[in-house]
Write a protein that binds this ligand. Structure first.
Ligand SMILES: *[C@@H]1O[C@H](CO)[C@@H](O)[C@H](O)[C@H]1NC(C)=O
Ligand SMILES: *[C@@H]1O[C@H](CO)[C@@H](O)[C@H](O)[C@H]1NC(C)=O
Ligand SMILES: *[C@@H]1O[C@H](CO)[C@@H](O)[C@H](O)[C@H]1NC(C)=O
Ligand SMILES: *[C@@H]1O[C@H](CO)[C@@H](O)[C@H](O)[C@H]1NC(C)=O
Ligand SMILES: *[C@@H]1O[C@H](CO)[C@@H](O)[C@H](O)[C@H]1NC(C)=O
Length: 218
């Protein structure tokens, strides 16, 4: 599954390679600029909001991201899929990737033998979508209900948020007959709505190929 932001980062990095641009090539030091909207954070949420705002050609939108292009900063560690495991959450607390990650580590966890667990948070264009095997998922109905209950505001329930998920995400379903069905994560078509009439910038899809092992180790 690939998020729009990761795709944007790929395109941006290809442009960077062609024109020798880097993550700090976009602002001009010493020259003040003003924008109608300034989005802090170029991850899934920030880039989706920025893309939606920028549809209105009367407004200007800036995105500020603390990191750079992961393809440049993290090299093959980010671009070779099989290296993902060495780049991922849960690696031991010393396994730092400071150029693409905020390097958060939990306090020691009783449920994990007292270990402190690395908690990956992307500091890179594409944000956490660049740090999470390109997985897309939402919280459970129960987790949103708990959030709503704890803040005393029932507008945070899953069903109330669902229309906004649907407006942000464009789904390209897995091609049937190409992937083994038993190696393909299921999805609920009702959770997506491509006919909603908005430009839905966050792209969610499936790779055409899955290794057979994926049916044995889902
Ligand atoms: C940019 O804005 C700051 C704050 O208003 C001001 O102090 C500074 O002189 C400005 N710089 C330029 C180059 O205009
Ligand atoms: C990753 O890149 C480094 C530096 O260019 C190189 O030494 C290393 O062999 C590469 N690793 C893989 C698995 O390609
Ligand atoms: C992490 O680093 C600390 C300090 O160097 C060391 O004591 C500890 O054993 C390391 N943890 C792991 C899991 O390697
Ligand atoms: C999708 O969105 C359209 C436009 O808002 C709406 O009419 C339709 O009922 C929605 N379909 C689903 C399956 O939610
Ligand atoms: C998944 O389906 C493929 C193709 O039909 C089959 O070869 C494989 O054994 C299946 N895997 C499991 C875990 O049943």
């Amino acid at each position: 599954m690939r998020a729009f932001s990761a795709l944007l980062a790929v395109l941006a990095a290809e442009a960077a390679a062609a024109f020798e641009l880097y993550g700090n090539s976009f602002g001009i030091p010493g020259i003040n600029a003003s924008f109608d909207y300034v989005i802090i954070g170029g991850g899934n949420a920030g880039l989706t909001i920025a893309a939606r705002l920028a549809e209105d050609q009367r407004v200007s939108v800036a995105v500020i991201e603390a990191g750079s292009f992961y393809q440049i900063d993290n090299g093959n560690g980010s671009v070779i899929p099989s290296l993902a495991t060495s780049q991922f959450v849960g690696a031991d607390a010393n396994d730092s990737q400071p150029l693409i990650d905020w390097d958060f580590v939990t306090v020691s966890q009783a449920g994990a033998g007292g270990r402190r667990i690395r908690y990956a948070r992307g500091k890179t264009l594409g944000g956490c979508s660049a740090r999470n095997y390109m997985a897309y998922h939402r919280g459970t109905v129960g987790s949103y209900q708990r959030w709503a209950d704890e803040v005393g505001d029932q507008s945070y329930t899953f069903s109330k948020l669902l229309p906004y998920f649907q407006r942000s995400v464009h789904l390209t379903p897995p091609k049937s007959g190409i992937r083994f069905a038993n190696a393909t994560v299921g999805y609920d078509p009702a959770a997506f709505n491509n006919s909603i009439g908005f430009h839905q910038p966050l792209q969610v899809s499936w790779a055409n190929w899955a290794y057979p092992i994926a049916s044995w180790a889902p």
